[in-house]
Design a binder for this molecule. Sequence first.
Ligand code: FPP
Length: 274
Amino acid sequence: MTVAHTRTHPETLAPEALGPVTPEEAGLLKKLDLARLPRHIAVIMDGNGRWAQKRHLPRVAGHRAGTQSARTTIETCARLHVEALTLYAFSVENWRRPKAEIEFLMQLLRDYLRKEMPLIQKNNIRMRFLGRPEELPAAVQKDTREATAETARNTGMVLSIALNYGGRAEIVDAMNAILSERNGNAGAQAVTEELLARHLYTAELPDPDLLIRTSGEMRVSNFLLWQIAYAEILVTETLWPDFNRARLLEALLDFQKRERRYGGIDSERGAAAR
Ligand code: FPP
């Protein structure tokens, strides 16, 4: 299995790439090593409901506010030349929510795709959707297919929206894809980690280096179970609608302080043992 290493950026990325920044963002950008950003960032966007409750608003107002954080995160990551960003928008477990909230979320996604397409195109972003599309409403399936097709030739960041996604479902789907591929093929070889990874929804992407979860819960919630094997996990108390560009830059700075060992030992202890 390929382990995603921090990318060393070939060209120099100018801090101006982000456009106008606040003094707080400028201070954070100064500390950030733009050549050592994660290649793939995965985000569990949690806390929309609590954000709304705190303001005595209906839960759906939190989801609506959350789209602004999604926009900021997508644009900032694309401009920083992060290779892949994966956002957890709707899980296979989310069907247990009230029907009205599910319908709102589906419509919000459709509106979002329509409204944000110019920004996606302008930033050369390639969109894909991870999950089981066949269980989504027909109109959502159509819109997601179109967004995928319209951005298929873009060469910048890969933006994956996990929609009707479950980590266990993904592994089961990969196994079934392998079984149907080798139907009747008696000489088939053993299933390896590499073979399984090639059949996951994320096949061409590096594994996430950084998993961000907003709103404080210490859970993985069935997200990218296979792929986060070596990811750095960052849980922030910030609720998703409050996760602005400064909070994202802080998360990237935190990532750069971590020591990544991939099951080995750190270089100093390694040197001492040799
Ligand atoms: C979790 O908050 C959030 C969701 C289930 C939906 C995520 C959707 C968005 C952020 C908006 C759409 C995004 C895109 C990319 C179009 P929660 O409702 O579980 O919050 P709570 O834990 O406080 O109740």
